[in-house]
Ligand binder design. Structure first.
Ligand SMILES: CCc1ncnc2c1ncn2[C@@H]1O[C@H](/C=C/CNC(=O)c2cc(-c3ccc(F)cc3)cc(O)c2O)[C@@H](O)[C@H]1O
Ligand SMILES: [Mg+2]
Length: 214
């Protein structure tokens, strides 16, 4: 039977990237998705904004919602300090299996804990199961209707502290209007929009960076 898009993306990594070299994994995926087959990775343009936020926050604990093929997981993990941890949640087992191989190809498996399951089920269990008190950075890139409920859930579970940074992909395209309204109007967040483009296209999109004020 025909391969899946994630399988073909992994093939491009294994063919064109150097094992243990995260930069070459990122480059291989971007080249494949720009020239052969589009895929919903955060991409190189928004990826540079992600890089700058990760470097600024210099997080010890990161949560990523929606691993997909692991492109942003690799982008984030490659910038983390030695003992920092990135927990990434992925709902679809077949996609998770691809992401594990992409993360391993980049040589970043020691910094990443990929958990299979729905964010709503896992967020309440993260504290006791993964020994995390709060997250310094959360990257939201899963199904857009889950951005708001999962943010409220993270608040309720005490996973955010004064200064925790939420960075949300796709706030324009496909869009997350209820989430945007919430973080921009709530007195508990200081929110800022980073204008960019939908990965590998000229369509407008952007990232919303929201600092939790406690
Ligand atoms: C249950 C909660 C929950 N828990 C755990 N994992 C979850 C989950 N909900 C979803 N996942 C996994 O995350 C990934 C989905 C990500 C969803 N992302 C977009 O839809 C998207 C679309 C475009 C775009 C598409 C078409 C266009 F024309 C334009 C733009 C661009 C983008 O950058 C995009 O991120 C998959 O691996 C899911 O298995
Ligand atoms: Mg996205």
């Amino acid at each position: 039977t025909r391969s899946t898009r994630p399988q073909r993306l992994l093939g491009a990594v294994q063919k064109n990237a150097t094992r243990g070299d995260p930069g070459s994994v990122i480059q291989a995926i971007d080249h494949y998705c720009r020239n052969k087959e589009w895929a919903m990775n955060v991409g190189d343009e928004k990826g540079c904004i992600l890089d700058s936020v990760v470097s600024e926050v210099n997080p010890a604990t990161v949560l990523e919602l929606g691993t997909y093929c692991g492109y942003s997981t690799v982008r984030i993990a490659r910038l983390l300090p030695p003992h920092a941890k990135l927990i990434t949640l992925e709902f679809n087992p077949a996609v998770a299996a691809i992401a594990r191989q992409v993360i391993a190809w980049a040589g970043l498996e020691d910094k990443v804990q990929l958990v299979e399951g729905a964010s709503g089920d896992f967020i309440p269990r993260i504290k006791e199961q993964f020994g995390v008190k709060t997250f310094d950075l959360v990257f939201l890139d899963h199904w857009k209707e889950y951005y708001l409920p999962d943010t409220k859930l993270m608040e309720e579970c005490g996973l955010l502290r004064k200064g925790s940074v939420l960075l949300a992909d796709n706030v324009v395209c496909p869009g997350a209007p209820d989430y945007l309204e919430y973080v921009r109007s709530s007195p508990r967040y200081e929110s800022r929009y980073f204008k960019s483009h939908l990965e590998y296209t000229k369509v407008e999109d952007g990232l919303e960076k929201s600092v939790f004020l406690g």
